[in-house]
Design a protein around this ligand. Structure first.
Ligand code: C5P
Length: 221
């Protein structure tokens, strides 16, 4: 066929979203940032003062939440029930809590269903933690993108603006903790699918990573 699905999974800060967006652009595919969906749920729950262990309240929230992803100037614009939350979901508050909400079964079930629907017609590049292993087990190309904790923390450190100065050591600790929570949760943990290709981006430029994935995608057509 002329379109495939590409899953890009890996730990926090490996550059998945940047790479996935550029790969999608080069192939004329749709980019879907599933982390943004978990962040949007976390933001909404926080607004409603729902805690990550309140399954019943979370179930109610997931019943009518509407999450919309739209291509924006710099990446993807995110809307929850028509409120734009693109920047709000990147706050430290959301970042520090999101893995706890992402461990909820009802949250994963509803978001997983939305993600499968978005990929039904093929031609998507989806980034996340469980896309190749769980959401799209039949994706034609699966990439597991990694980099050392040190490298991921220093990239994040360079990205953060003067307002949110966080010491490098603290960023390293927070990234390692998020990896630990994501990899150890019971439902659909962060794991490399057996048929995924591992790509360590330490010491590679973004363009090199993108070119590698685009080249691999052509072999799957
Ligand atoms: O990719 P990003 O760092 O924005 O993802 C935020 C969090 O959302 C992750 O740390 C993880 O807890 C959760 N997530 C997930 N499954 C996905 C994508 C993200 O559990 N497919």
């Amino acid at each position: 066929s002329d379109r495939i699905n590409i899953a890009i999974d890996g730990p926090a800060g490996a550059g998945k979203s940047t790479v996935a967006r550029l790969v999608a652009g080069q192939l004329g595919y749709v980019y879907i940032d599933t982390g943004a969906m978990y962040r949007a749920v976390t933001y909404s729950a926080q607004r409603l003062a729902i805690a990550a262990n309140e399954q019943e309240q979370l179930g109610k929230l997931m019943k009518d939440i509407r999450i919309r992803l739209e291509p924006g100037e710099s990446g993807q614009s995110v809307f929850v029930d028509d409120e734009e939350v693109t920047d709000k979901i990147r706050s430290l508050d959301v970042t520090r809590q999101v893995s706890h909400f992402a461990a909820s079964g009802i949250v994963r079930e509803v978001l997983g269903r939305m993600q499968r629907e978005l990929a039904e017609r093929k031609g998507v590049v989806m980034d996340g933690r469980d896309i190749g292993s769980h959401v799209l087990p039949n994706a034609e190309l699966k990439i597991f993108l990694t980099a050392s904790v040190r490298e991921r923390a220093s990239r994040r450190h360079r990205e953060l603006s003067g307002v949110d100065v966080v010491p490098l050591e603290q960023l390293e600790a927070e990234i390692a903790e998020r990896d630990r929570l994501d990899a150890s949760r019971e439902i659909a943990p962060l794991i490399q699918a057996s048929d995924a290709i591992e790509l360590d981006s330490s010491g590679m430029t973004i363009d090199e990573v993108v070119a590698t994935i685009v080249r691999l995608s052509r072999t799957k057509l």
